[in-house]
Every structure is written in structure tokens, then in C-alpha cells.
Design a protein around this ligand. Sequence first.
Ligand code: SIN
Length: 327
Amino acid sequence: MKYRLLSMLAVSVMVLANAVLADPIVIKFSHVVAENTPKGQMANKFKALVEERLAGKVKVEVFPNSQLFGDNKVLEAMLLGDVQMAAPSLSKFKRYTKKLQLFDLPFLFNDLAAVEKFQQSPEGQQLLHATEKKGIIGLGYLHNGMKQLSASKPLRVPEDARKLKFRIMSSDVLAAQFKALDAMPLKKPFSEVFTLLQTKAIDGQENTWSNIYSKKFFEVQPYITESNHGVLDYMVVTSAEFWNGLPDDVRAEVKKALDEAIALGNKVAYEKSVADRQAIIDSGRSEVITLKPEERAKWVAVMKPVWKQFEGQIGKELIDAAYAANQ
Ligand code: SIN
């Protein structure tokens, strides 16, 4: 009896010691932008919150600036277990779902407030599940901002973009949008954009004020047209295998930390869309072109027919629901 009690005690001590000494769960979070951006700040806040609340249990390693993977590779890497979390632009999910192409439709949303309204609606929340069949779970949306067009020449009307080469994210909708302008779209990773612009291998690109500023595109693009023609937002994702394998209490705490980090990232996104725009103007390196209403109407007229091309893949009801968020 005495021996049985002693051996039970020994086993309990070992289990306890194992629990205490167990290696922490590591979450590698890979992204492509600078740390002083909405996504960069969100990821750093997430790390701080998780490591404060789950000290010793979970460690978060953040890899910014495409240090670990570019956005075109990160989802593959996640499914292989090489990273556990990422937040690619919604334009980069084409291999996993066609539904998210919705967010690339030109002139669908008037501003970030409409984007937010749609993302929080039942239809928007449902889209977080769009990649689940492929083993990828959407944990939440994160804003960056509305996109602007930068180029080596002033773009005031759609004809100004004819025959110019534009870098785009890996999205067929964005390719169609530039083809509608009779321009040449080139799908290239974010990490290559500055060099492509600097060496004049391309003439222009589309991006948010925050990305144009933090990656210094404005230093090699003399003109930026304030077109607000599309949105660049993110989905924070993880692999189903990793997420479902977490202990319930850890998963709940990680999700709570993520929601708080996203709230901070969204606040940064609103602030940066004003501050980085102003910083670019103040730099004097790039002229910011404001479109007259009749000029803007011409861009809308040329680009909006792209919706029809993708209606079958995205779904008309979804497009209508997103458009209704402008009211
Ligand atoms: C990002 O904001 O994550 C990258 C956007 C891009 O590829 O242009």
C-alpha cells in the first residue's frame, strides 16, 4: 500500500513537472509589411498581449517585411505547419476561394466605414469561413485602407493609364481592372515593388497611403492619384490543424488577444490613412492629384463593368450586400 501511494505520488510529480517544464506553444506570425503599419502594429500588439497573458505557455514570433515568407507563399507554409498565423491581403486568397474576390471589385465601397459595416454583417462574417474547406480558418478582418494609384506620369482620366505597366497583387479581378483601362497588369510580390518602380521596370502600382509611405514608393513615383478606387484589407488566418489542436482555454485566450490587437490595428489604419497621406504631401517627392467629380466618374465608368465578369464566381447577392453597406 505504502509503495503504491509512493509510486502514485511520483507519477503525479512527474506529470506536474512535465506541465511546468513543457515547451511553450510557438506561434510564428509572418507578414510582408513594415512594423509601423496597421498590420505591423497589430501583430506586435498580439505578441505582447499573448505573452503577457499566457506567459510560459505560448510564445509569438513575428516576422515582418517578408523576412520569412512572401504573401504568395505564406498560406502554403501555413498548411505545412511552417507558420501558424498570417494576415494576407484579401486579394491573395484566390487559390483557396473565389468569394473573397469580392473585396477587389473596383468602386464597390465608398470608404473604410462601409467596408467595416459589411465585414461585420452576417454576410461578411460568413466569408471568414470561405477557406475552411482548404484547411484555413479566418479569425478576423483587419483594415489597411483605400487604394490610390501611383505612376510615373499624372493619371487624371482612364486614358492616361493606357499601355502603362502596373504591378498588382495576385488577383484576377485586379488584372481585369487594369485591362479595362487598356493597361498592362503584372502580378508581383509586395517585396519586389520598390525595386520594380525604382528601375522603371513598371510604371505604376496601386496601394494604400500606409504602404506607399512605409515602403517609400512615393520616393520613386512622382504622381499619386487619390482615386480611393478599391480597398486593401486583410484576413487574419490560421491553419485548422493548428487551431483545433490548441487546448480550449489557450485557444480562447489567443482569440481574445487577437480581437484586441485587431481593434488597435484598425485604429492605426484610420489614423495612417490621414497621417501618411499628409506625410507624402509634406515630403514634396510626389504630387498628390485630386480628381474632379467628372474625372472620377470616368474611372468608375471604365472600371465598374469588371463586376459583371466576376459575378458568377462571387455571387450577385454577395455583391449587392456589400454595395448596400455604402448606405
Ligand atoms: C500588404 O499590405 O500586406 C501587401 C499589399 C500588397 O501586396 O500590395
